[in-house]
Design a protein around this ligand. Structure first.
Ligand code: NAP
Length: 164
C-alpha cells in the first residue's frame, strides 16, 4: 500500500500554532482538498480537533490513546500501526492513503511514507509544531509555483520521493 504524506509548511517547517494553522491560505486549502479527495486520511487526535468534523468525501482514521469508536467515515485507533492496518482493510482500489499530521504523527509515519507532497506557504512567524526534518531521506521530483495576486494565497508545491 502506497502511503503519501501531505502538509503545508512555512519557511522554517512551521506546521501549527495554538491548535490551528498559523496562516490563512485558502488556495492552499483548496489544493489540499482536491489532492486528498476520495482518500483515506490518517491523523493525530489534535489535528482532527483542529479540523472539527470529518472532511466530506474522505475517510478519517484518527489516532488517540484515549478515544475509540467513530462512525462509517471516521474511526479512532490507538496507534499508527493500527491506523495503517485499518487503512489497508477499508481501502478501495481507487483510494489513496494520506498521512496529514500533525508533527509527531508525521515523524512516526516517515518510515512508511514513500511520497511527500509539501506546500511551502509565505509564512515566517511563530509555531509550536514543526514538520520533521526529511530532506536527507527524500528527493524532490516535481515543483509547481502557485502564484496568486495576494501574497497570503501564494504557495509552492514540491513532490518528494523516498531515495532508493
Ligand atoms: N500545516 C499543516 O499541514 C498541518 C497538518 C496537520 C496539523 N497541523 C497543525 O498541527 C497541530 C496539531 O499537531 P500536533 O503535532 O500538536 O498533534 P497531532 O499529531 O495532530 O495529535 C497528537 C495526538 O495524537 C494522538 N497520538 C499521536 N501518536 C499516537 C500514538 N502513537 N499512539 C496513540 N495516540 C497517538 C494522541 O492523542 P490523545 O491525546 O487523544 O491520546 C496525541 O495527543 C495543530 O496546530 C494543527 O493545526 C498542521
Amino acid at each position: 500500500m502506497k502511503v503519501t504524506g501531505i502538509a503545508a509548511i512555512g519557511k522554517n517547517r512551521q506546521l501549527g500554532l495554538n491548535g490551528k494553522l498559523p496562516w490563512k491560505n485558502d488556495s492552499e486549502l483548496a489544493h489540499f482538498k482536491s489532492t486528498t479527495k476520495n482518500g483515506i486520511l490518517i491523523m493525530g487526535r489534535k489535528t482532527f480537533d483542529s479540523i472539527k468534523n470529518p472532511l466530506y468525501g474522505r475517510k478519517s482514521i484518527v489516532i488517540s490513546k484515549n478515544l475509540s469508536g467513530g462512525d462509517k467515515n471516521h474511526f479512532y485507533v490507538n496507534s499508527l500501526e493500527n491506523a495503517l492496518v485499518l487503512a489497508r482493510f477499508i481501502k478501495n482500489v481507487d483510494q489513496n492513503v494520506f498521512v496529514i499530521g500533525g508533527s509527531n504523527v508525521f515523524k512516526q509515519a516517515l518510515p512508511h511514507i514513500s511520497e511527500l507532497i509539501i506546500s511551502e506557504v509565505e509564512y515566517d512567524g511563530d509555531a509550536d509544531t514543526l514538520f520533521p526534518s526529511f530532506e536527507k531521506e527524500y528527493e524532490c521530483v516535481e515543483m509547481k509555483v502557485c502564484n496568486r495576486p495576494s501574497k497570503e494565497d501564494r504557495f509552492t508545491v514540491r513532490k518528494y520521493c523516498k531515495k532508493m
